[in-house]
Design a protein around this ligand. Structure first.
Ligand SMILES: *Cc1c(COP(=O)(O)O)cnc(C)c1O
Length: 410
């Protein structure tokens, strides 16, 4: 077991052995992986991390696996881009983009969580993996499960973008499109998970799966030169990523890798599905479920499992939350492409547009170091830009026709 103590209830603190379980039997609180930080502090340091391969497994002592990594060996260690053009446009001094649109095999941050979840599923001896997904998780489980030789059942809302459905089907999983929204799919999956002994990555394997998100935070600190940023803006679906980015920062402090930690954590959501940001703005911990209606389908979770904890992290760190309209999402996707040459999916538009509003409102200070998390690639949600980009210049295959166009442009 090495550095892992076991599972621990976030509410009552009761401890459990490492098993594919996710709720406390006594208080129904969610279970989380607990580590022995004293032993990790002795085993891990900056030099050791720096010598390792550039993948998310370079932080393996802080991930809940017992043996060698088995899945997602090339996932992680995505670029931290210093975004000077965008910084100028937004009027801030030092701005970075954590660019999870590239490097990962299925081009979203979900390859982090799935690499850990499927390694753990193999350790537990499962031969079948499953998930409820808003799109990106479906791609990632389909792809990594294919390579790992696992049977796959993938459940999605039938209303997902056609391109997102094709990008799952190509890996030949058992893809089940449910007539309902994500929250309906998730409810159904909880029932199925009780009946079949499969590794549902975001249900019975969730405590292990969620830990994979920490690697995004570890990388931010390492890539900033072993420093935590002043501000980090994180998109929220279930809210898990946001809580784990904060957990990763705290862990690096706990084991002595960083000395100072004063980061403010900011939550970003689409106005058409903003239960977490609404709670933050109203100053309450009570998350009111909503019916999603937004083009940011990968973030469209109306009843977010970690919403309560995400809003607590935002409050505890002195951050804030912001939500943005579909038009603001599209404008931000185009802004990012135009200034930094990065094509983000709708979730990336949500994060950038929210950050822009937070800066304009003075909630993110212009003289501080800010990191914006861009979590998925724009090639996955091209439909969102239909009718919102210019047309090509259509010409005949001769130079005269081209020069007519050239005259108009210049
Ligand atoms: C899943 C997802 C997130 C965040 O998910 P959480 O459930 O909040 O952890 C962010 N961006 C993209 C692109 C995603 O697919």
């Amino acid at each position: 077991m090495g550095h892992i103590r076991g599972l621990k209830c976030r509410e009552c603190g009761r401890e459990y052995p490492i098993e594919p379980i996710y709720v406390c039997e006594f208080c129904f609180g969610p279970l989380e992986v607990a580590y022995d930080y004293n032993s990790i502090a002795k085993a891990l340091n900056k030099k050791k991390i720096e010598k390792r391969e550039k993948s998310l497994w370079r932080y393996r002592e802080l991930l809940p696996i017992a043996g060698e990594p088995q899945v997602g060996l090339t996932s992680g260690y995505t670029p931290l881009v210093k975004a000077d053009n965008l910084a100028k446009e937004l009027g801030v001094e030092e701005l970075y983009l954590k660019d999870d649109t590239v490097v990962h095999p299925t081009l979203s941050f979900k390859d982090r969580v799935v690499s850990v979840a499927l390694t753990k599923a193999k350790e537990f001896g499962f031969d079948t993996v499953a998930c409820a997904s808003t799109g990106n998780l479906a791609h990632s489980v389909s792809a990594h499960g294919a390579r790992a030789g696992l049977k796959r059942f993938i459940f999605i809302p039938a209303s997902l973008e056609p391109s997102k459905i094709i990008a799952s089907l190509v890996y030949e999983p058992n893809l089940v499109a449910v007539d309902g929204n994500y929250d309906d799919v998730n409810r159904l999956c909880s029932e199925i998970a009780n009946k079949y002994s499969w590794a549902f990555v975001n249900i019975n394997i969730r405590p292990f799966y969620a830990e994979g998100s920490k690697t995004l935070g570890f990388e931010i600190i390492e890539q900033l030169g072993w420093k935590a940023p002043d501000n980090v803006v994180v998109p929220c679906a279930s809210g898990s990523l946001l809580t784990k980015v904060w957990k990763s920062f705290k862990e690096f402090k706990e084991i002595g890798i960083i000395k100072e930690l004063g980061t403010k954590v900011f939550a970003a959501q689409a106005t058409g599905c903003s239960p977490i940001v609404t709670a933050i703005k109203q100053g309450t911990d009570v998350i009111r479920p909503v019916k999603p209606n937004t083009i940011a389908k990968s973030l469209a979770i109306g009843n977010p499992a970690d919403g309560f904890y995400a809003s607590q992290v935002v409050r505890e760190t002195g951050g804030d939350g912001e939500d943005v309209s579909d038009q603001e999402i599209i404008d931000a996707i185009k802004l990012l492409a135009r200034t930094e040459g990065i094509f983000a999916e709708t979730a990336g538009g949500v994060t950038l547009a929210s950050a822009k509003k937070l800066i304009a409102a003075g909630k993110i200070r212009r003289d501080e170091v800010t990191v914006i998390c861009i979590t998925g690639n724009g090639l996955k949600t091209q439909e969102a830009l239909q009718g919102h980009v210019a047309s090509p210049h259509y010409i005949k295959p001769n130079i005269a026709s081209f020069e007519e166009v050239l005259k108009k442009i210049s």
